[in-house]
Design a protein around this ligand. Structure first.
Ligand code: FEO
Ligand code: CA
Ligand code: CA
Length: 594
C-alpha cells in the first residue's frame, strides 16, 4: 500500500543519512573518473545511471528483446502489456479459496465468508510447484490491508472501521492466502485444493527464536499470540517455506481513551497511529488497555509459513528482528548459510541482513530452524563506495552498554541500528539477489523523492560484514525517456541478470499509471513490460520454475481515485476495487522478460 507522507519520521538519531553519503561519493567518482584509477574505482562498470549521461541510448540488451509498452497512450483505464506478450487476470479479492465449494463473492461480505475468501491488498507472493512440470502449484499470496464494508464511495478513507463487524471483516481480509493454481490447455485456473488456506489477524501463531520467550510478548490478559498484519512483501526459503513480512503494523494500534503515552521504543515504531480504527472495538489494539499492553510487540516480524501443511501454525521468526518489514530476499551464502536481506519501509530507516550461524541443511537435520540461529546486521554506507554490516547483538559492545537482553535488541532493532550507526535511507522497500552475488534494494523515495535502486556485493559470498556498493539506477535519470519511471518498490532479479522493477508512486512520469519494467543488469537497458490502471500499484512477483509464466498483482486498482472500470465496473454494485493477479506469458512461449 502507498505509505502516508504525513507520518512523522520516527528516526530521531543523528546518523548520517544516505543522501549525504551519496553526494560525497558522487563527487569522489567524478574526480576519479578522469584518472587511471577509473577501472579500479568503478566497481560496477555497467551501472546504468552513472555510466551514461541522461537521455543517451544505453547498451543494446541481449537479454531483453520485446517491444516495450510505449509512453504514448499511457495513463489509460485498462492495463497494457508489451505486444509480444499476453495476460490473463485471476484470483480477485473475494473469490472463495476453494472455487467450487467456498462462499461466492457477494457485496458486502460477512466476516465468516471473508475468512474463506481471498483477502485484499494483493502484494508479495511466491509460487511453489506441486509437480515436476510446474504446471500445478501452490500460490502463497500476501494481503496487505482490508476495507470498510459500509464503504460508499468516499475514497478519502476506505479503511477506517466504525463497528466491530467492520473490524472483523477487515481483519479477515488481511494476512495470507494459500491457493492451488493449475495450467489447463494454456490457461491458468484457480482450483479446489486440500492445501487451500486463509491465515488472517485472528489465526493462532507461534513465536520462535531468541525473543520468543520475552516477557514483552506476554499480556496480562493471557491471550495467546494470534494473527499477522499488513502483509507486504515476502521471501521464500531453500527448504520450501514462505515468508510473509509485517510492515505498517502501527496503523492498527490506537488510543481511543487518550491515556496512552508512548515510551521511547514505542515512539521509534510509530505508535499510536490509529489509521484503521480497530482500537475502539477490539481491545487487543487499544494501546491504553493495560491488559493488552504488549500486543503491539507481537507484530512487525517475519512470519514463516509451510504452504504444504495447512495445519502448521505460522511462526514469527524473532531472530530476523522487528521493524516495518517490507520483504526478505533469501539466498544461500558461503558454507550453505541462509542469508536474508530486508528493508524497513519508512523514510530514514535501514537495510538489514540476517545470516544463519551454520549450513541450513545441517541445522534442519538437527531439527533446528536456520531462521532461529543466526546474526542480524544493519548496513552502514560509506562515501568511498564501501560499507559495513553492523552486528545487532549484545556481542557488540555499543549495544551491551544500552541493552540487557538479547531479545530486546531484536524487538527494538530500529533502536539498536540507531546506536551502532546504521545509514538512514529513503524508504528501503524490496530486496533481490541476482546472479554474481549482486544484491539490489529499491529506495522508493531515494535521495531526491523520485527513488533509486541500490546495488551491492557482500564480502565472503554473502556472509561477510564488508560490502561494495553503487547506485544501479536513479529514477530521475530515466525521465523524458521511453524507460521513464519513479518510486520503484517491487523488485526481482532472475538468474540470467534481468531485474524486474515494479512501481508504487503518487503519479508516474509522463502521465503513466504504475507499471513494471525490465532492466538488463549488464547493459542498463530498461523496457516497460506492463502498465497498470489509474490509482493502482503493481506489486508482487513470482514465476513458474521454467519462467514461462509470471504472476504479478494489480493492488488497489482505483482505491484512491475511484472510477476505475478494471477489473470490474463499480456500477455493478461493488464499490471497492478488487485487487487481482495478472498472469503474464510471452506469446511465443519464451522466458518472461526476454
Ligand atoms: Fe507495503 Fe512499503 O510497501
Ligand atoms: Ca510502496
Ligand atoms: Ca511495497
Amino acid at each position: 500500500m502507498k505509505n502516508r507522507e504525513d507520518v512523522e519520521k520516527s528516526n530521531r538519531s543523528d546518523n548520517r543519512p544516505f543522501s549525504s553519503v551519496l553526494t560525497s561519493y558522487s563527487s569522489r567518482r567524478r574526480v576519479l573518473r578522469g584518472s587511471l584509477e577509473l577501472a579500479a574505482a568503478v566497481f560496477f562498470a555497467s551501472s546504468p545511471a552513472m555510466a551514461e549521461p541522461k537521455g543517451k541510448a544505453r547498451g543494446r540488451s541481449k537479454l531483453i528483446d520485446f517491444e516495450p509498452v510505449p509512453v504514448e497512450g499511457g495513463g489509460g483505464a485498462m492495463p497494457r502489456i508489451a505486444e509480444d506478450y499476453e495476460m490473463q487476470f485471476i484470483i480477485p479479492w473475494g473469490d472463495p479459496i476453494n472455487p467450487s465449494s467456498g462462499p461466492a463473492f457477494d457485496w458486502p461480505p460477512s466476516a465468516a465468508d471473508q475468512a474463506l475468501q481471498i483477502g485484499k491488498g494483493h502484494d508479495g507472493m511466491w509460487y511453489f510447484p506441486l509437480d515436476k512440470s510446474g504446471n500445478r502449484g501452490l500460490l502463497a499470496l500476501n494481503h496487505e490491508y482490508g476495507f470498510r464494508i459500509d464503504f460508499t464511495g468516499d475514497f478519502s478513507n476506505p479503511f477506517r472501521a466504525e463497528s466491530l463487524d467492520e473490524v472483523r471483516v477487515s481483519q479477515h481480509a488481511h494476512g495470507v492466502s494459500i491457493l492451488e493454481l493449475a495450467s489447463v490447455n494454456g490457461q491458468w485456473q484457480h482450483v479446489d485444493s486440500g492445501y487451500s488456506r486463509r491465515i488472517h489477524v485472528n489465526t493462532p501463531v507461534e513465536f520462535s527464536g531468541p525473543a520468543a520467550h520475552s516477557p514483552r510478548l506476554q499480556n496480562p490478559a493471557g491471550n495467546p499470540p494470534a494473527g499477522t498484519l499488513n502483509n507486504c512483501s515476502n521471501g521464500h526459503t531453500p527448504w520450501g517455506t514462505y515468508l510473509t513480512c509485517e510492515e505498517n503494523v502501527h496503523f492498527y494500534f490506537g488510543d481511543p481513551g487518550g491515556t496512552f503515552v508512548p515510551d521511547e521504543f514505542q515512539q521509534r515504531y510509530g505508535f499510536p497511529f490509529d489509521f484503521h480504527g480497530w482500537a475502539a472495538f477490539d481491545p487487543r489494539f487499544d494501546l491504553g488497555n493495560a491488559d493488552y499492553a504488549n500486543e503491539c510487540n507481537r507484530f512487525g516480524w517475519v512470519v514463516e509459513i509451510d504452504p504444504t501443511d495447512p495445519t502448521a501454525p505460522p511462526v514469527k521468526r524473532t531472530a530476523l528482528g522487528r521493524f516495518r518489514h517490507e520483504g526478505c530476499a533469501v539466498t544461500v551464502g558461503r558454507g550453505g548459510r541462509a542469508v536474508g536481506y530486508m528493508g524497513d519501509d519508512e523514510n530514514g530507516e535501514y537495510l538489514y541482513k540476517f545470516v544463519s550461524d551454520k549450513n541450513w541443511e545441517a541445522l534442519r537435520a538437527q531439527g533446528l530452524s536456520p531462521l532461529d540461529h543466526g546474526k542480524l546486521y544493519a548496513a552502514r554506507f560509506d562515501d568511498d563506495g564501501t560499507g559495513e554490516w553492523l552486528l545487532l547483538s549484545l556481542e557488540n559492545p555499543l549495544l551491551a552498554a544500552e541493552f540487557n537482553d538479547e531479545a530486546d535488541v531484536l524487538m527494538f532493532a530500529r533502536k539498536a541500528a540507531d546506536i551502532v550507526g546504521a545509514t538512514p535511507l529513503g524508504r528501503p522497500e524490496w530486496t533481490a539477489v541476482g546472479p554474481d552475488e549482486q544484491v539490489y534494494a529499491t529506495l522508493t523515495a531515494g535521495h531526491d523523492g523520485e527513488g533509486s535502486i541500490l546495488r551491492w556485493r557482500d564480502s565472503d559470498h554473502h556472509v561477510g560484514t564488508r560490502f561494495e556498493w553503487d547506485v544501479f539506477v536513479i529514477a530521475s535519470d530515466t525521465f523524458d525517456t521511453e524507460a521513464t519511471f519513479n518510486e520503484p518498490d517491487g523488485l526481482w532479479a532472475d538468474p540470467d541478470g534481468r531485474v524486474f522493477i515494479q512501481t508504487d508512486g503518487r503519479g508516474q512520469p509522463s502521465g503513466l499509471n504504475d507499471q513494471m519494467l525490465v532492466a538488463d543488469s549488464a547493459t542498463g537497458e530498461i523496457r516497460r513490460l506492463f502498465e497498470g490502471v489509474p490509482g493502482c500499484e503493481v506489486s508482487g512477483i513470482t514465476v513458474t520454475p521454467d519462467r514461462r509464466t509470471m504472476f504479478i498483482n494489480v493492488q488497489h486498482p482505483g482505491e484512491f481515485t475511484g472510477g476505475t472500470t478494471f477489473p470490474h465496473d463499480p456500477s455493478e454494485g461493488i464499490p471497492v476495487p478488487r485487487d487481482a493477479t495478472v498472469v503474464i506469458r510471452r506469446k511465443d512461449g519464451g522466458i518472461v522478460g526476454s
